[in-house]
Design a protein around this ligand. Structure first.
Ligand SMILES: N[C@@H](CCC(=O)N[C@@H](CS)C(=O)NCC(=O)O)C(=O)O
Length: 211
């Protein structure tokens, strides 16, 4: 029998994995970790994966990190064709691109923006550069969702799931108010029953920040 154990940190990208597992209707165990006052994960998670980041997932006898890879793997292995386009379609190429875009390209400028607000950072050149990068990315994604509810073939997929966390982070700072497609997208994702079950099971999930 297959076993899945999710090492889950509060207010973190491991929420994606709980949500994916709920969409897939799979049984799983959660091991809870709490962020330290510095926001870092507790050191115990390094006993499972040397990077010590969340998510880390144990599937049967192996360990996986990187939320995009984990979501993709879970859907391919257990989805029975749901939540992804057919592998022989051109939509599949776009699906893979957009599955890995949130962590590869969208997350870094959003994190820079978060640090600018939290610390704060005084350097005007860096602040301007960051704002320009954030706007470039959010306009791009807003455009992808123009006239459709989901990223790929207008059907819910792992790419939508993977994108949501980053947009929730941007939204927490009020940063989506000029991007109506993105605001509506986040609301649509958060209304999914599987998403809500993942929040009930995962506990604290708030991407607001305190100075
Ligand atoms: N690209 C990785 C990012 C993993 C990551 O940085 N996770 C954060 C939580 S969102 C973390 O563990 N932070 C705590 C720390 O760095 O100590 C993924 O998508 O899984």
């Amino acid at each position: 029998m297959m076993t899945i154990k999710v090492h889950h940190l509060n207010n973190s990208k491991s929420q994606r994995i709980l949500w994916a597992l709920e969409e897939l209707g799979l049984d799983y165990e959660i091991v809870f970790y709490k962020r330290q006052p510095s926001f870092a994960a507790p050191d115990d998670i390094k006993n499972i994966h040397p990077l010590g980041k969340a998510p880390v997932v144990e599937i049967d006898d192996f360990v996986m990190a990187e939320s995009g890879a984990v979501v993709q793997y879970l859907i391919e292995r257990y989805g029975e064709g749901k939540f992804m386009p057919d592998r022989s379609s051109s939509s599949y190429a776009k699906y893979i691109e957009l599955m890995h875009y949130p962590e590869g390209s969208l997350s870094p400028p959003l994190l820079d923006q978060l640090f600018i607000r939290m610390l704060p950072v005084e350097d005007e050149t860096f602040k301007g550069f960051t704002q320009q990068r954030v706007m470039n990315h959010l306009s791009y994604v807003d455009g992808l969702l123009e006239g459709q509810d989901y990223l790929i073939d207008n059907e819910f997929s792992g790419a939508d799931l993977q994108l949501t966390f980053n947009l929730q982070g941007a939204n927490a700072g009020g940063g989506l108010r000029h991007y109506k497609n993105l605001e509506a997208f986040v609301q649509r994702m958060e209304a999914r029953q599987a998403y809500q079950r993942s929040i009930d099971k995962g506990g604290e999930f708030s991407l607001g920040f305190k100075k």
